[in-house]
Design a protein around this ligand. Structure first.
Ligand SMILES: NC(=O)c1ccc[n+]([C@@H]2O[C@H](COP(=O)([O-])OP(=O)(O)OC[C@H]3O[C@@H](n4cnc5c(N)ncnc54)[C@H](OP(=O)(O)O)[C@@H]3O)[C@@H](O)[C@H]2O)c1
Length: 304
């Protein structure tokens, strides 16, 4: 008889302190068929009972040591420089993390013949003609988008077995770290603060746990290539905010419509964006939850 130890999958989660990384960590921690190692840039892990090491993905030797030592079957890279506006001015660090770091991960995943699952973004598109399929031509309009596209390309040229999952407007019941859009809306409206929300940005907000399920299916079906993993509904940020306010019974008069140009943000935003999820639905059985189902989960799990 084969011992279960021999058939356990070794999974390395990179960026485990991030929003997606911490939910993935919690998910795989409860799977007895998985031997899990989590790594992130901070000294300590948010998830206390997970095996954790500090890793700066920009440091090639550091990446080599971690991957060659653990010899994972799957490497899931959720680490990224995610500040879109700061990417315009902090170009070197954004490039190092989103491109050089990804090159390092791809190289050593290839070396140990691991399957790399990497998260990318709709910001690789210009937002003139969304929603986008996996086949559409990228044309980033900001520096963050450029780095995300270059990261994808470095994986494609590395020869590693890989799956690139593109997503947008991620939110969910992550307990630690920065606030996502839904939490910010709820907390601001509860505090009676007015919020200015754009009416000209379109996308399909994506629940973190739907991405976690998609990653699990990618592992199960051993699918490679590019997949859009995003929410069920494509809507404006303003309409999304109204739906949040409706569900949590908050004062909609505090939500002020505005257009993107008026915000004067350092980075341009793709306006007509969103990701078509048909390929994931048909090939890996991906079924995103409805907005209201996701809000319900956030209410239950983090008391939102
Ligand atoms: N959030 C969105 O709306 C959205 C939309 C589209 C695509 N995405 C993509 O989805 C992925 C996950 O996003 P997220 O929202 O979960 O990001 P996040 O919360 O900002 O987490 C990213 C994590 O990356 C880690 N990290 C940064 N630099 C690192 C380095 N040099 N070495 C190792 N780890 C490093 C950080 O770790 P420490 O905390 O330990 O410093 C951070 O926790 C990213 O690839 C992002 O581009 C996100």
């Amino acid at each position: 008889m084969i011992s279960s130890e021999l058939i356990r999958k070794r999974i390395l989660v990179i960026g485990s302190n991030g929003m997606l990384g911490q939910r993935l960590t919690e998910y795989f921690l409860n799977d007895s068929n998985v031997e899990l190692l989590t790594v992130s840039a901070e000294e300590e892990s948010f998830i206390k009972n997970a095996a954790y090491k500090r890793l700066d993905i920009v440091q090639k030797n550091n990446v080599r040591e971690i991957i060659m030592d653990f010899f994972p079957d799957f490497v899931i890279n959720t680490a990224a420089y995610t500040n879109v506006d700061k990417s315009e001015t902090e170009r070197e660090i954004a490039w190092k993390i989103n491109v050089t770091g990804v090159e390092n991960i791809a190289l050593y995943s290839w070396t140990v013949d691991a399957h790399l699952i990497h998260i990318s973004s709709d910001y690789i598109f210009d937002g003139k003609n969304g929603p986008y399929s996996e086949e559409d031509k990228p044309n980033p309009i900001g520096y963050y988008g450029r780095t995300k596209l270059a990261g994808e390309n470095s994986i494609k040229t590395s020869g590693v077995r890989a799956t690139i999952l593109r997503t947008n407007i991620v939110y969910g019941p992550a307990k630690y770290g920065r606030q996502d859009f839904v939490k910010w809306v709820v907390n601001s409206l509860r505090a009676n603060q007015t919020i200015k929300i754009v009416t000209d940005q379109i996308g399909n907000p994506t629940f973190i746990d739907d991405i976690v399920n998609a990653i699990n299916s990618i592992i199960e079906f051993k699918k490679e290539g590019v997949y859009n993993i995003a929410g069920k509904e494509i809507l404006t940020r303003y309409d999304f905010t109204l739906r949040i306010a409706d569900y949590f019974k908050l004062d909609k008069k505090l939500i002020l419509p505005i257009i993107t140009k008026e915000l004067n943000q350092p980075a341009p935003r793709p306006l007509k964006s969103g990701l078509i999820i048909l390929k994931a639905e048909t090939e890996i059985g991906y079924i995103p939850r409805s907005l209201e189902e996701t809000f319900e989960i956030m209410k239950k799990e983090i008391g939102l």
